[in-house]
Design a protein around this ligand. Sequence first.
Ligand code: SAM
Ligand code: DTB
Ligand code: SF4
Length: 328
Amino acid sequence: MPVSTQTRSGEPPAALRHDWTREELRALFALPLPELIFRAQAVHRQYFDPREVQISTLLSIKTGGCPEDCAYCPQSAHYDTGVEAAKPMDVAVALTAARAARAAGASRFCMGAAWRSPKDRDLDAVCDMVAGVRELGMESCVTLGMLTPAQAARLKSAGLDYYNHNLDTSPEFYGDIITTRTYRDRLETLAHVRDAGIKLCCGGIIGMGEDLEDRVGLIEMLATLPVHPESVPVNMLVQVAGTPLAGTRRLDPIDFVRMIAVARIAMPASMVRLSAGRQEMSDETQALCFLAGANSIFSGDKLLTTANPEHERDMLLFDRLGLVAMPL
Ligand code: SAM
Ligand code: DTB
Ligand code: SF4
C-alpha cells in the first residue's frame, strides 16, 4: 500500500478515522458537487499520485450455477439468465489469461468463483493459480464466497494478496437483495480473511433501488471496520435480464460520482475502484469518478460474465485524461 507518512506537499496526511457517523456521511453526500469533489481531491492527493490508476483484470474460474440468490447476479441458479453452469477452469488456462492481463498492463489478477463457499478440495487448484499469478510478478486476488478460518490460512500460505468479499449494501437493505446468507456471515468471512493476514477488497453495488441512506449505511460499515479495506470496489449495478433487479430505475451518474467521493473521503488510504458498470458509463462520467478519487479499475473486455470496455477504449481515455497505470 502506498500509505506514506508524508503527503506529496510535505504535510503529514490526514489521520485515518474509524469512527465515521451516518450523520457526517449524510452531510458529505449533501454537499454541492464542486465542494464534495474539492474535498475528495484534497484527501486523494494526500495519499496518492492523482495521475495513477491501478489496473486489475478479472477472470471467472468457476462460472454459474451458484446456490445463493443475490438478486443482482447473473450466476445465481435461482434465475434464468442464460449463464450456464460450468466446471472449474484448469490452472493452465487461468495462468494463460493472467499472462495476457500482465501484458496489457494489469498489476493485479482477480479470480472469481460462483460458490457459496469453496469445498476444501476446490482450493487445490485455486492455490496453484494464486502461486502462478505471484510467479508472474502480479498481485493475486480471489473471490470465492464464505471462508472458514482454516481456508483463509491456506490461501494465505499459497501467497494470496487480496480477498474480495463485498458487503454489497447497508445492513437494512441487504435482506431485500439476498436471503440465502446474512450480513453477519459476510462480516465473519471478512474477519477470517483479516485474521489470516490477507488484504481485503470489500465494497458494494449501487443502483439496486436502494435509498441514499443505504449508501450512507454501506460506507459507514466499511469505514468503521477496524482496518479499512485496502481496496473498495464501487459497482454500478449491471442489469442482467432474468435477474430480479433487471428493470430497476437507472441511477443518476452524478449519484455514482458522489458515492465514489464519499468513499474516498471516508477511506483516504484505500484504493477506490470504479468497478462494474463502466461499459454503460460515458467517458465523461468516468472522468468525474477519477476526479472524485477513484484510482483503480477493472480492465479487460469482460468482468466475470458481463461486458467491460475494451482495452483500447480505456487506454484512449487514460491518454485523454493524462492518467497512467499505477506501477506495482
Ligand atoms: N460468489 C462470490 C461472492 O459473491 O462473494 C464471488 C463472486 S460475486 C460475482 C462478486 C461480487 O460481484 C458480488 O459481491 C457483487 O458485489 C458483484 N456483482 C455481481 N453481479 C453484479 C452485477 N450484476 N452488477 C454489479 N456487481 C455485481
Ligand atoms: C466486485 O466488486 N466486482 C467484480 C469483482 N468484485 C469480483 C465483479 C463484477 C461482476 C459483474 C457481473 C458479471 O460480470 O457477472
Ligand atoms: Fe453466487 Fe456470488 Fe453471484 Fe451471489 S454474487 S449469486 S454468491 S456468484
